[in-house]
Structures are given as structure tokens and as C-alpha cells.
Design a protein around this ligand. Structure first.
Ligand code: AP5
Ligand code: MG
Length: 210
């Protein structure tokens, strides 16, 4: 099963992809995580993309497509989180799938109003050891020490960068809903429900073949 999770910043793409990948046996591919790993490595490419990331701007299409491709090639089935984000990237994905002889099965759009998202992002913490995503109030790290952390805030979770990311989402990414709806691949889920309810809703849709 090859699935795209589409949705604004804080809708829960990473949170849900993490849970679904475990249950569906598909690989979770997050272009945001790929970007952050590259930045952490201190590589030349990491230095090139850092400024875009920290300001909440999109990394240029040709760079992000090159960064994502090896992960698509290597995975048998995947849940894409944060890619594609505009029509040029969606077309690049179509071309990559054709080349690989694979198909896209479904696009799940997670929907929530911007006000709810800012609260979520300001309380988000990510474990530096496991990559798992938590929220100080809604989904705190386990107390049994199973995840050792440390639990850090992302550099782009500042108010200014959050606002810019949401603006870009509405301008460039949201129109992709129509792009995929025209092909009969789009399903929408109310992302204002609890984390586990959202997971159940997605599994139900995917199980029904969307
Ligand atoms: P990326 O890492 O993808 O960040 P983003 O798009 O800003 O999305 P988020 O990760 O903030 O949101 P999410 O939906 O994953 O939310 P999460 O599950 O964490 O990209 C970062 C940057 O990399 C970009 O700005 C860009 O520079 C670059 N980049 C990446 N991909 C690119 C591309 N394709 N093209 C160009 N550049 C690219 O949840 C958020 C919080 O809410 C968590 O604390 C979670 O615990 C909580 N939460 C989740 N669900 C619920 C719920 N149902 N109820 C209560 N709390 C919840
Ligand atoms: Mg994410």
C-alpha cells in the first residue's frame, strides 16, 4: 500500500504515519525528517537546506526530489509524510512511480483549522534518540523510560516560521487535494479528533480501499 498523508503543519502527519507504518508494515518516509537529518550531519547539502527549514520556507523542488528519491526506491511500500507539497513535486512523484512501475493507492488529507494547529506545534517535542513525536499535554513521552529522549523543540516551531509554513500550505499544498480528487484517490479525515481516533479513521478508509 502506497499512501500520501496530506495536511497542514501540526495536523498530525508525522504522528499518524508513525502509528500506521507500524501496523501496515509500510515505510514511513518524512521529507522533513530527511531534511533535519541532513542538517544535523553538517554536510554541504545540510548547510544548503538549513536556512529554508529554519525560516519555514520550502526547500527548492529539485533538491527535495533528489533527497526523497532514494527512499522511494528502497521501500517496498510507503507512507509519505510532507511530500509532495506542490504540483511540481506531485508530477515528479508521478514520474518516479512510473519509472519504478508502482502505483499510488490513496491520498489521505488530515483536516484541522489553523488555530488548533498553533497550540499543537508549540507543545510538540521530538525525541532525538528515536525520532518519535510527542506533545507536552496531548501525548507526553512515556514515563517508563522506554524512550530516553532528549525531547527537543524543533527550530522551525517558532511563531513566525509556523505562520509562514501555514501560509505556504494554503497557497501551494492544499490545491493538491483537487489534483488527487480528480483521480479518485482523495479521502479526508477530521484531524481534530483524538490521536487514536484519527488513526482508526484512516485505517477504516484504507481498509475499505478508500
Ligand atoms: P516537516 O517536518 O514536514 O514539517 P511540517 O510540514 O511543518 O509539518 P509538521 O511536521 O509540523 O506537522 P505534522 O502534521 O507532521 O504534525 P505532527 O504529527 O508532528 O517539514 C519541515 C521543513 O522541511 C519544511 O518547512 C521545509 O523547509 C522542509 N521540507 C520538508 N518536506 C519538503 C518538501 N516536500 N518540499 C520542500 N521542503 C520540504 O503533530 C504536531 C503536534 O501535535 C505533536 O506534538 C503531536 O503530538 C500533536 N498531535 C498530533 N495529532 C494530534 C491530535 N489528533 N490531537 C492532539 N494533538 C495531536
Ligand atoms: Mg511532521
Amino acid at each position: 500500500m502506497n499512501i500520501i498523508l496530506l495536511g497542514p503543519q501540526g495536523a498530525g502527519k508525522g504522528t499518524q504515519a508513525q502509528r500506521l507504518a507500524g501496523r501496515a508494515g509500510a515505510k514511513h518516509i518524512s521529507t522533513g525528517d530527511i531534511v533535519r537529518t541532513e542538517i544535523k550531519s553538517g554536510s554541504e547539502l545540510g548547510q544548503k537546506v538549513q536556512d529554508y527549514n529554519d525560516r519555514g520556507e520550502l526547500v527548492p523542488d529539485e533538491i527535495i526530489v533528489e533527497m526523497a528519491k532514494p527512499y522511494l526506491d528502497a521501500a517496498e511500500s510507503w507512507i509519505l509524510d510532507g511530500f509532495p507539497r506542490n504540483e511540481a513535486q506531485a508530477k515528479a512523484l508521478d514520474a518516479a512511480l512510473e519509472e519504478l512501475g508502482e502505483e499510488l493507492d490513496a491520498v489521505v488529507a488530515l483536516e484541522a483549522p489553523d488555530e488548533a494547529l498553533v497550540t499543537r506545534l508549540s507543545g510538540r517535542r521530538q525525541s532525538q534518540s528515536t525520532g518519535n513525536i510527542y506533545h507536552v499535554e496531548f501525548d507526553p513521552p512515556p514515563e517508563d523510560g522506554e524512550d530516553e529522549g532528549p525531547f527537543v523543540q524543533r527550530k522551525d516551531d517558532t511563531e513566525e516560521a509556523i505562520r509562514r509554513r501555514l501560509e505556504i500550505y494554503h497557497e501551494q499544498t492544499e490545491p493538491l487535494k483537487d489534483y488527487y480528487a480528480r483521480r479518485g484517490l482523495l479521502a479526508t479525515v477530521n484531524a481534530e479528533q483524538s490521536i487514536s481516533k484519527v488513526t482508526e479513521s484512516i485505517l477504516k478508509l484504507v481498509g475499505e480501499g478508500i
